[in-house]
Design a binder for this molecule. Structure first.
Ligand SMILES: O=C(O)CCC(=O)C(=O)O
Ligand SMILES: [Fe+2]
Length: 324
């Protein structure tokens, strides 16, 4: 049997079933899409972030300047992995990309025009080596220092971005989607991106708007059913208006993460970021691990009736234990 409930949080109708899915009624600090507030000129109202970016007093962690992270919403490290680790992880990446057993797997996202692999999700479940990376103290200590609690993996993926045919990712805040479609209440999550090929300015390197993590920019539009089936290829709902991107860029400028294979970029869940197509011969392949605080485990999504699959948004918040 199904019934409709009005969630106090988003103030919109959500259809739920009498099945085991828990229905929690939580305040929505970050309304977006159908529940976004619009001003007299038809522009959405930005919401100031009302939570910290770094949840501890730590200022330095494994060569990462967390003061920079707090201010800019991201921080980089020239050498997180050693040369031999880069080699091992690159071999693992090629194994995953060439694994014919994964070709029809829902977790593998391909480009519709070329069939090239774009992303592989939940790679920490597919690869023991990537699972080990998540509990490596160089990684896990930093995630815990930023989030000020135990953490678990909300999502992991490889973005492969091959040469010539690799398509970019339009401007977005990851948190906007995780909030609307996955039920993540607040931006107490951090992403780690590790290049396994050199990330240059010209092969699709990630652009970020430093400081944009301080503003939640609601996105126009209503979320279609099964949005993830198309949004992971080209995001159309869950992206801010051009006017909002232009305003943020005018306020803060645009920076780009470049770095050799084995370097690292940590970035806040709510920072605005995106990348251009890669028309160079050089692939730009990165591992992404997203850590969420155990105090921020997912609830009912704020803007859709059906939560996205587990491989995009983990619901088991069992904390990771550092491998020492
Ligand atoms: O790999 C990129 O260029 C950006 C990826 C991204 O932002 C995402 O997958 O959410
Ligand atoms: Fe993203």
């Amino acid at each position: 049997m199904t019934r409709s409930v009005m969630t106090a949080s988003a103030g919109h109708q959500a259809t739920v079933t009498d099945s085991p899915r828990p229905v929690s009624i939580r305040p929505d600090h970050y309304p977006t899409r159908s529940s976004a507030a619009v001003d007299g000129n038809g522009r959405v109202r930005w919401v100031d972030r009302n939570q910290p970016t770094v949840w501890t007093d730590a200022v330095q962690m494994h060569d990462h300047d967390l003061e920079h992270y707090r201010r800019a919403g991201y921080v980089t490290n020239e050498a997180l992995l050693s040369g031999s680790e880069v080699e091992r992880y690159s071999t693992e990446l090629q194994k995953l990309i060439n694994d014919s057993g994964l070709r029809d797997d829902d977790r593998v996202i391909t480009e519709p025009d070329t069939g090239a692999i774009r992303s592989i999700f939940q790679v920490h479940e597919i690869s023991d080596m990537i699972a080990e990376l998540a509990t490596d103290p160089r990684v896990l200590d930093t995630a815990r220092a930023i989030l000020g609690s135990d953490v678990y993996i909300h999502q992991s993926r490889i973005n492969y971005m091959p040469g010539f045919v690799g398509n970019g990712f339009y401007w977005h805040s990851d948190f906007e989607t995780w909030h609307a479609e996955d039920g993540m209440a607040i931006p107490r999550a951090v992403s780690l991106s590790i290049p396994l090929t050199d990330n240059h300015p010209y092969n699709g390197g990630l652009m970020l708007i430093p400081g944009s993590h301080e503003h939640f920019v609601p996105c126009p539009g209503k979320t279609p059913e099964d949005n993830h089936r198309t949004s992971l290829i080209m995001q159309q709902v869950g992206v801010p208006s051009r006017a909002d991107v232009a305003d943020l860029a005018a306020l803060y400028g645009i920076e780009q993460f470049t770095g050799p294979a084995g370097s690292a970029l940590w970035f806040d869940a709510n920072i605005l970021h995106g990348s251009a197509n890669n028309i160079t011969p050089y692939p730009r392949s990165n591992i992404y691990l997203v850590f969420n605080s155990v105090d921020n485990v997912l609830g009912v999504p704020f803007d859709v009736a059906e939560a996205r699959p587990e491989y995009l948004a983990a619901r088991d918040g069992t904390p990771l234990v550092p491998a020492r």
